[in-house]
Structure formats: structure tokens, C-alpha cells
Write a protein that binds this ligand. Structure first.
Ligand code: SAH
Ligand code: F3S
Length: 482
């Protein structure tokens, strides 16, 4: 889920329109995955009912909330620096300011934040945001407040998110929460709890509402979207105990995608993240069937070595992954695929690393998100395995993986030069105000002269040039979807 949010956006403040009559000021920023950014929109919605409007100015905030990430140690360090900054502003300029921690670090460190750090007044885990009004009342009365209870049911399906910092064109809609996979390196199952799915009707309603307000693209979010399963509520792992009627009327991910694509035929749909062991042929065929489901799959693999995949508790082999890739490319020839990789997982040898590089050669991913292994306390790998790959070896292997990915990205963008592609315009190009920036169905960024087009238009663009990450072209007219 760390994917589409680009690094520059990390920590970006989120601004919403002020609600009349609200007098308190909320400063909220988010780190980490798309789910955190989406959750902050839920939090802003809950607090807008409690008299808070958001502000960009830290100094004037009554309440500062930071939505945090625990996925790697570096992510936690970044948040700690921000907490120091808030405390400095509180001390020097605004002693009445209250400070709260949301998200995965809140869940992981729990009351430690209140006891040891003395840096925060409020600690709220990802499933407890509906309790915020009570918790804030406690804090306003001068007491510290904490709720880190994980839920079996909470999906926030009944809360209409306030779209923060929005371009008015693309939006995230979360469809599942939590993860049951227990990859041995990953802290998410501990911080976000067991996997549960959101009611399809509430998803469709949110999408219909976005369409009405002019949004053109929705990304369905979950730690493991392919494992989406609605059978009337409850945990995914309890599905076996469901009644025959519940089983017969259950909605899986392929069915949900089909419902979304049909509900809003002019809207584009993306989804993230897919887990190889849970992605079915049905999903791939549903993607192929609908022109408005984007031809892009984020399919993290983490390693190309069967031995390491097993140590990671990734429940598939290299060969099974290749079979899935072959099926995807056969059914959707124009598809783009991206990866997540971890370099230097405990016990990883040079041979294991070579297996990762050769897997990449086979797939030739369009994009990649690559990380050096970071031991997380409490995970199985953290408890049972020694973090024994030296830092400089991790770094060197990571560099090799990144260099190979750059080569493959360029190989893939070069193949698209000469094509005419449908692009949804999202914003001005970072490098030139005379150019638009949007994405094609494969999720590659396309930049082209603005002419008379505007944000939110679907435009056909003839691709004339490229770098490894960006396609450059010229618009040739509106697309039929416009
Ligand atoms: N299924 C989730 C995965 C979240 S974590 C999703 O929706 O994307 C995102 C990526 O961070 C993982 O795929 C993995 O490559 C990386 N990651 C997770 N834990 C890590 C760790 N302990 N060290 C390094 N990278 C890690
Ligand atoms: Fe983490 Fe594996 Fe789930 S990477 S989020 S435990 S699929």
C-alpha cells in the first residue's frame, strides 16, 4: 500500500473545506500507506461533527493528529521527529495544544507513548476512530486518553469520508481492513488486526457519490484485496462457520469489481494490493472484461528464492508465481505489473539474491517498491531469526535490485512510444506548468502540453518519448470515455 502515494506527499498536510459553525482547529498529517491517508479522511469526517475544521498552520491548532506507520524502523523515526517538532511548537507558542498519535505506531506502542515518551495526550489505534469524540473530551478535561482495541467488525462503512487534499479526480475507497496472512517480516497483522470486509452496498454508494461529485477514478484499498469476502459481516477466517444462505450470497473480489465497473461505467477503477496466493483467474478475467478496470496489478513477491519465500511465510513458490504471471499476461496482454521486494531478509544468501534478480528478469516489472529488511519487534522473524545480513550487503543487494528495476521500467516505457493511449488528467506536471500530468491505464505517468484540456478530462495522447518513469506525448483529442 505504500505505492501510489509518492514520497513527496508523505507527511503532507490535508486541507478540507471549512464547515460553517466549527470553531476548533485540527492539524492532521499522515505517513505511510494509502490506507492511512484514507483513514485520515474518516478521522476528519468524524471530527468535523465535533466542531473541528482543519488548518495548515501548526501554531494555531487546538488538536494535532499524526497518522503513523510502523512498517519499517525508518518510518517510525520520521514520526518521532515530527512529535518532537509538535512539542517544541506547543512549548514555545501554543501551550493549550493537544497532541495525538493515530494508526499503526499507536497500536504497536500503545500506552508506552503515554508512559515513556510524555510527548502525546492521545493514542488511538486504527479500529478506534469512532471513539475519538469521547477520547477528545477526556483530553480536553486534562486527562490522557487511549483506545487501541482492535475490532472484528469495524470497517467505517457508515462514515462518509471528507476528501482531504483532493484533486477532485481520484479517490481511495477502502474495502477491507486488517490482514490474516502473517508474513513473518510484517507488523501489519499486529497493528491492523484480523481481516474483515466492508459491505458491498456501502462501497457502491460511496463510489456513486464520488461520481456525482465529479470524481473520475477510484482505487479500491485493502492489505490484500483479492481476499475480499462479504457474507454479512464478521472476520474472513470465520467464513466456514457462516450459514448456507450466507455462503450462497457471499460476494468475492471478482464480483465486487464487476459490481463497481457496472455501477459507474465511465469511472476508472484500480485496486491495491494483490497477494499472489489469493489472486484468482476470476479476478483477472473480470479485469479483462471491463475497459474501465485499469490494466495494472501491484503483485508484491518480496523474494525470488523458494527458501526465503518459505521463511517469509509467503504461501506460494517461485514457480506458482510464474504461472500466475503467465496467466495474467495471457489474459491481459497490455497489463502492467509491479513488485515489492525485500533485500537482506535473515539468512538470505548470494544465491537467494540471484534468484530474486532472475525472477525480475522473467517478469520484467513496470514499477517496483524495494526495501532493505528492517526487523520489526513482535513479528515472527523478529522473534525467531537473527537479522544476520550485514547492512552494507543489504544495501548493495538493494541497489542491484533497484538498478535492474530501472532497466526494466525503461524497457517497458520504450515499448509504449508510438502508441496512442487514454490518459486521465490529474494535475499540472511538476516540472512544467505548461504541461498536464495524468496516468494511462497501466498506471504510468504521462506528461503532455495542456492546450485547451482540463483536469478530469480523459484524453487520447500520442506517446512520442519517454524516460524510465514517465511517458511524454501530445494530445490528439478527447477519448470516447470523456
Ligand atoms: N499487503 C500490504 C503490504 C504492506 S507493507 C499492502 O497492501 O501493500 C508494504 C511493503 O513493505 C511490503 O510488501 C514489503 O515489501 C515491505 N515491508 C513490510 N515489512 C517490511 C520489513 N519488516 N522490512 C522491510 N520491508 C518491509
Ligand atoms: Fe503484511 Fe503479508 Fe499482510 S506483507 S500486510 S502480512 S500480506
Amino acid at each position: 500500500m505504500e505505492k501510489i502515494i509518492d514520497e513527496n506527499k508523505q507527511g503532507e498536510r490535508l486541507v478540507i473545506e471549512a464547515k460553517d459553525g466549527n470553531t476548533k482547529k485540527l492539524f492532521i498529517e499522515s505517513y505511510g500507506c494509502q490506507m492511512n491517508f484514507s483513514d485520515s479522511e474518516i478521522v476528519a469526517s468524524i471530527l468535523s461533527q465535533e466542531g473541528f475544521n482543519t488548518t495548515n498552520t501548526l501554531e494555531e491548532a487546538d488538536l494535532v493528529l499524526v497518522n503513523t506507520c510502523s512498517i519499517r524502523d525508518k518510518a517510525e523515526q520520521t514520526v518521532r521527529k515530527r512529535l518532537e517538532k509538535y512539542n517544541a511548537v506547543k512549548k514555545d507558542k501554543n501551550p493549550k495544544m493537544k497532541i495525538g498519535v493515530l494508526g499503526c505506531m499507536a497500536e504497536r506502542l500503545k500506552s508506552k507513548f503515554l508512559e515513556e515518551e510524555k510527548m502525546v495526550d492521545l493514542v488511538v489505534g486504527p479500529d478506534a476512530y469512532k471513539d475519538l469524540p469521547n477520547l477528545i473530551e477526556e483530553v480536553e478535561d486534562g486527562r490522557n486518553a487511549i483506545n487501541v482495541i482492535l475490532s472484528k467488525e469495524e470497517t467505517y462503512g457508515d462514515i462518509a469520508p471528507v476528501r482531504l487534499n483532493s484533486n477532485g479526480v481520484t479517490a481511495f475507497v477502502s474495502i477491507t481492513r486488517g490482514c490474516d496472512n502473517m508474513c513473518t517480516f510484517c507488523v501489519v497483522p499486529f497493528t491492523r488486526g484480523r481481516e474483515r470486509s466492508r459491505e458491498p452496498q456501502s462501497i457502491i454508494e460511496e463510489i456513486n457519490d464520488l461520481a456525482k461529485r465529479g470524481f473520475k477514478e477510484v482505487t479500491l484499498l485493502g492489505q490484500n484485496v483479492d481476499s475480499y469476502l462479504w457474507y454479512g459481516g464478521g472476520l474472513k477466517k470465520d467464513f466456514d462457520k457462516a450459514s448456507e444462505i450466507q455462503k450462497a450470497t457471499a460476494v468475492n473480489f471478482a464480483m465486487l469489481l464487476d459490481m463497481c465497473a457496472k455501477a459507474q461505467p465511465k469511472m476508472r477503477f484500480r485496486f491495491s494490493t494483490s497477494n499472489p496466493q489469493d489472486m484468482t483467474l476470476d479476478v483477472i478475467e473480470t479485469m479483462a472484461k471491463h475497459r474501465n478496470i485499469c490494466k495494472y496489478i501491484h503483485l508484491p513477491v518480496q523474494s525470488g528464492s523458494n527458501r526465503i519465500l518459505k521463511e517469509m511465510n509467503r504461501l506460494h513458490t517461485r514457480e506458482e508465481y510464474f504461472e500466475l504471471i503467465d496467466n495474467i499476461k495471457r489474459i491481459i496482454p497490455e497489463v502492467a505489473i509491479s513488485q515489492d521486494m525485500i533485500a537482506g531478509f535473515p539468512t538470505e544468501t548470494e544465491e537467494d539474491h540471484q534468484d530474486t534478480l532472475s525472477l525480475m528478469e522473467y517478469v520484467k516489472y513496470d514499477f517496483g517498491f524495494m526495501f532493505a529488511y528492517s526487523e520489526r519487534p513482535g513479528t515472527l522473524a523478529g522473534r525467531k531469526m537473527k537479522d544476520d545480513v550485514p547492512e552494507e550487503v543489504k544495501k548493495r543487494r538493494l541497489n542491484e535490485i533497484q538498478a535492474l528495476q530501472r532497466k526494466h521500467s525503461h524497457y517497458n516505457t520504450l515499448k509504449q512510444v508510438g502508441q496512442t493511449q487514454e490518459v486521465l488528467i490529474e494535475k499540472s506536471s511538476k516540472k512544467s506548468d505548461a504541461h498536464w500530468s495524468g496516468r494511462n491505464t497501466q498506471n504510468t505517468v504521462v506528461v503532455f502540453p495542456k492546450e485547451h484540456y482540463k483536469v478530469g478530462d480523459f484524453v487520447n495522447v500520442k506517446i512520442t518519448d519517454c524516460t524510465s518513469a514517465t511517458l511524454i506525448g501530445e494530445a490528439v483529442g478527447y477519448s470516447e470515455n470523456n
